[in-house]
Each structure stands twice: as structure tokens, then as C-alpha cells.
Design a binder for this molecule. Sequence first.
Ligand code: SF4
Length: 456
Amino acid sequence: MNTVHSFKKDAARVSGDIDHRRIIHYNMSKYDMAVSAGKERYQNLGLAKDIASDIKDTAIKHLPYYLELFEQNAINNGAEVLWAEDSNDLIKQLSSVLQAEQCKMLVKSKSMVTEEIELNKELDKIGIESVETDLGEFIVQVAGEKPYHIVTPAMHKSKQDIADLFNAHFQTDKSLTAQELTGFVRNLLRKKFINADVGVTGANFLCADEGAVAVTENEGNALLSSSFPKLHIVIAGIEKVIPGIEQLPLFWPLLAAHGTGQQLTVYSNVFFGPKKEQELDGPERMIIFLLDNKRSEIYQNENVKKSLKCIRCGACLNACPVYKNIGGYTYGTTYSGPIGSVLSPYFKGFRDYNHLSFASSLCGMCEEVCPVKIPLTDMLLYNRQLAQLNQSIIDKGTNAFLFRILSSRQLMNSFGGKLKSTFFKIVKNRFIGRKKDLSPFSEKTFNEQWKKHIKR
Ligand code: SF4
């Protein structure tokens, strides 16, 4: 089944799944309350967003300069910096590093870019166990699923779903409380941290002036992943760079407030290279992979360049009426919701993913909530224009035919109401699906009815 058909089919199924809607609406309502409270802590949220947006604009405008500055300073800190053109290139380079280290098992913290390159699947192919250490990521890994949401990967699961899942995999009691389930995972992961050969993290921000990697998290697992094993590997998209560490006091609270409603996430880590001579703990070696994977194509396109400003807070997903109804998996991509609909056609190809440009009501809520003021609706509209160019010959022909008919009153009047209703029903089924109905055409044309009205 192609991506468009599976999208339509899954959207219809998920939006009609009452249990799924109940869980998502419950979890999102908790999110809405927390985020409203988080935003109220700001005296002037609008000003904070303006400044954050300007800084990100500057960082993206001068992306090559800041990336090179970051690279030089990270090397000065003792880290190794490797560039990867795409997923294949990164996996190839990473595999040779891991094989040279004789890595059998690695621990990793939550990172969307590692989902983007399907790291776990690729490592599995070369016999390396990759253990997710974020609780939500761990749950979806055990379930054999992908993250449902970019901030809350297991948002679609209730506490009982998780208790049942753990019972099936680890024979734990089905009646465990949330705290007991968390405690069980904590104990299990502690052993993995101690025995792992390598730790992998993503990066929320790359601080160019200092060559430092900033990672924010709530469970301490990124800190453990980076400090227990002797090799710390960072995998980051090139768009993560910001001018310097002095901007973190602005970005960290903004990300926390919009992502989870917190004032600040529990652990805010800044890594300045591997362990130094006089330091007692930390990794002996640190490698930072900078991944392009189509980002430089987006960078060169002025119409969508600002999508690289995204700090992956997830706020636009939670605000989106389409996401709330069709859920995260229906998109069939790593990045879902409005930002995913903008980025995915570039990351995965317009031919298979241009339909996501239409997965929006264009209500504008996504850009209203975005902390870095990304013009998401303009970008979706721009992508729609590109999508037209990628239409199939049948769709192009149908559109041209419709345009011709609808722009001529004489042609519209030449067919009877029944014929017009049948024709538009066929066209409607192809373009907007079978579930929506159009009103039938009147037997009498508009002109006939108008003349009758005037005569009266
Ligand atoms: S586009 Fe904006 S709201 Fe959406 S995830 Fe990115 S930063 Fe957050």
C-alpha cells in the first residue's frame, strides 16, 4: 500500500478509535494544564519568543559560520567531530567506530535524530544491542514500536497498557503502580549503564562559542549515558547550533515551558568534551557526529529555511486539531504534527510524502504556540504548491479538466444535475475520501433558477 493510501486508511481508523482518543485526550489535557501554568511564569512571554526567534534566525542565517566555529571549539575541548552527509554515511562511520571499540552494547538517551536514522535497527544488523534509557522510549522499544510523539514517546499508552506490556515481557505483576513500574525499569537500566561500552545522546543545542553540547532531560539517563561508558557519542542535526552558552538561560526554560510545562527540566547538562586530566569522572573519549540528511537543501530554500529553527518542543503537535485526531503514527514519519508535515517531504521525498502538506486545517494554532515563531502555515501552503507539481498524471488531468469546467458557466450549464452529482462524487472520493458527502447538484442550473427568481 502506498503512503497516501495508508495515511488515509490509518487516519480513518485512528480517528474512529474511541479508546485511543480517550487516552490521547486525557494525556493532552494534562499537558495543556501544565503548559498553561508554565507559560504563566513568564512576565513577558511574547518578548522571550521574539528574542529566541531572532537568535535562531541569526544562527540559521549564518549556519556554516556557526558550525565551523562549533567544530573548532569542540576539537579544542578534546572532542572529535565527524560530519555525515546522510543516514547511510552516519551509520557507516558510526559502525566502524563501534566495531573498533568492540562495542557489544550501548545505552542511549532520547534523541529524535537517532530515530530519523533508525539507529537501533541498524545497530541490530551488526549485532550491537542498543538500549533506550528514557522511560517513554524504553516502553516503545519493548513494545517494538516507534515514538508516538517527539517529546512524549509513549503518550498513546495508559498505565495499564504499560503494566500489561511489562507483564508479557518481564513477568511483572499486572497490578503494579506507575511508581513500581518506573522502579522496575530503573533497576533494570542501572545494570545496563554499568555494563555499556558506549553511551549515545542527542543534543538540544550546540553552543558554537564554547564547542559545548547542551542536553536537557528529566530522568538523569542522558547524564548516565554520557558519563558511565568510556566513549560518549553525540549525534546531532546541523540545525542545533546556537551562537553560545549565554543563550541557554533563554532557550532552556522556553523549551521546558512549551514541551512539558516545567520551569526547567530536571537535568540540564552541558558537555565540554571528554574527561580532562584532573577530572574524576566522565568519558575518556567524545565523538560528535553532525548530520546533514537534507538539512542543507532546506537551508538553501528561503521558503522553508526557517523550519530549521525548530527546537523540537512538541507544542505544535499538541495544538494541532489534525494530530489530536489522527495521532502520531498515522504520519508514518519520524517527525509528526505540523513541523513533521513541513519537514518530512524534504527528508523523505515529495513523491511519497507530499500528502502531509495537506494534513492541516491551516487554523494557525501551530505557529501561535511555537516558541521560536516558525511560520508553519506559510510553509505548508508553499509545500502544497510544490505538491501540485508532483501530482500524478491522472490528478493533473482531473484538475485541468475541473478548472476548465468550473471556469465556464456555459459548460457548467450544459450538463444535468444528476450527471454533475455523479461526476463530482467520483472526483470527491479520489481527492477528499468517501466519508465526506457533497450536496447534490440541483436539476435546474443557477441561471435557470435566477431567471425564475427575477421574473417573480
Ligand atoms: S515547530 Fe515550533 S512548536 Fe513545533 S516542535 Fe518546533 S519549536 Fe516546537
